[in-house]
Design a protein around this ligand. Structure first.
Ligand SMILES: [Zn+2]
Ligand SMILES: [Zn+2]
Length: 454
């Protein structure tokens, strides 16, 4: 779903001008709207990604990885030629063989294409997939948006049941809850299907026609192209005109209406905050019936920020030449979730090795690393190892809670000294026992207990 609005708290490269410096060593900056995610920041990304993997797996969703660029036609057909994404925001280029290609502006189109190309429509239904990765849109940087931004999302194919809509929403809910996001609600609406939506569209246009001249230019522009999108208008002066607009759920056909009532009763039976939003339409042409957003009121994001958005899209697989296949999905903006995820513990090694013998220090480090213990050692600027006191200074600087001191005498007897850096105490440990003991100490510390003093 391309919908989750993207926004990030990242540094803005937009002030960098296009003016070339005349010196021979011009600093190359990242393209506008892109940024590097540096060590220290990647920790939070990894935490969010592993959390998402857990939530997806628990609900039976499996990962799919799509190309980052696709034939331009794919997005034109899927996202819709009348949308802002296709009209204004795509990174489209011609390759050396004269093909028109586009950096993916959203994830669903590629997943649907792969669903067909990969023969997944012949798998037993439902087929439940998730993805994560960068998306690209030529966005306004003034609004704090990035041009390369990241989404995680899921798509479920092969079930027309409202139970699938509800499950898809509950998975999004679980992800936000696990990420520690508070104060969010699920906003839902039904925008009907190709049978019942035209009547709603006409009623909406008829209602807004008398005041069209007073509405903002975006609204006027959307009136013919994509009138449902007018309901998205946030311009203050326009809001009075939208107060009594016709409501899509009043125009639903029997099938859509039944689906809508099943969904609302399923969601009401869950312990989540669900709000009916009659003006929720989402920006894309492919939605049918259910549309939803998970909206958060957190001061760190500004007022009412959409964290995740999606809906049902029962016709999209057919648009790509596949069999009629009901489907639903959502996407969430990673940058925005990360703002809410909060501070991360800083990186530090578990243990620092101090030794006069380079070969032994490296060997010891490799042994401990093989047991997944984060291990650092002193790297001298010259060939010889530095003095023990210099190395211990480095150990202190590294913030490693433990230091292994491997003196020649200890090594000769198959032992090392293990120093607790905060307590200052030290004990002799058989080298064969070191890994197990460190694991115990690390686990005790992670559990928030006072580590047993060696
Ligand atoms: Zn309908
Ligand atoms: Zn407007």
């Amino acid at each position: 779903m391309s919908g989750a609005e993207q926004e990030s708290g990242h540094r803005d490269n937009s002030t960098e001008g296009s003016r070339q410096q005349s010196t021979s060593q011009v600093a190359i900056k990242p393209p506008r709207g892109t940024y590097d995610i540096l060590p220290g920041e990647t920790d939070a990304w990894q935490r969010l990604e592993s959390l998402a993997r857990e939530v997806f797996l628990a609900a039976g969703y499996r990962e799919i990885r799509n190309p980052i660029f696709e034939h331009t036609e794919l997005f034109k057909r899927a996202v819709g030629e009348t949308t802002d994404i296709v009209n204004k925001e795509m990174y489209t280029f011609t390759d050396k063989s004269d093909r028109s290609l586009t950096l993916r502006p959203e994830g669903t189109a590629g997943v649907v294409r792969a669903y067909l190309n990969g023969g997944m429509h012949r798998w037993s239904a439902p087929v439940k997939l998730w993805y994560a990765g960068p998306m690209f849109r030529y966005e306004s940087l003034k609004a704090g948006r990035q041009r390369q931004f990241n989404q995680i999302g899921l798509e479920a194919f092969g079930s027309a049941s409202a139970l699938m809509d509800a499950e898809v929403i509950m998975v999004a809910h679980a992800l936000l809850s696990k990420a520690g996001v508070n104060n969010f609600r699920v906003e839902i609406n039904s925008i009907g299907c190709s049978a019942c939506r035209p009547a709603f569209r006409e009623a909406l246009k008829a209602h807004l026609a008398p005041c069209l001249g007073e509405l903002c230019t975006d609204c006027q522009d959307r009136y013919e192209r994509n009138p449902l999108r007018m309901l998205d208008c946030k311009v203050k002066a326009d809001q009075s005109h939208y107060q009594d607009v016709p409501v899509s759920v009043d125009f639903l056909c029997n099938d859509c209406s039944e689906h809508w009532h099943e969904l609302t009763s399923l969601l009401n039976a869950q312990q989540i905050k669900t709000v009916y939003n009659k003006r929720l339409v989402r920006g894309l042409d492919y939605y049918t019936k259910t549309v939803f957003e998970l909206v958060c009121d957190d001061p760190r994001l500004g007022v009412s920020s959409t964290l995740c958005g999606g809906g049902r899209y029962d016709n999209l697989v057919e648009v790509f030449g596949g069999p009629p296949t009901p489907a639903a999905g959502w996407a969430a903006g990673v940058e925005r979730l990360l703002i809410l995820l909060g501070g991360q513990p800083a990186y530090r090694p578990d243990v620092f090795i101090v030794s006069a013998n380079q070969a032994e220090a490296l060997k010891l480090a490799c042994e401990l690393r093989a047991e997944n213990i984060i291990c650092e050692l002193d790297y001298p600027t010259r060939t010889a190892m530095r003095s023990f006191s210099k190395q211990l200074q480095q150990a202190n600087k590294s913030s490693a809670p433990w230091t292994v001191i491997a003196g020649e005498e200890e090594l000769a007897s198959g032992a090392v000294a293990l120093k607790d850096m905060s307590a200052g105490s030290q004990q002799r440990v058989a080298r064969s026992e070191l890994g197990r003991l460190l694991h115990d100490l690390i686990n005790t510390q992670k559990a928030g207990q006072t580590p047993a003093s060696p």
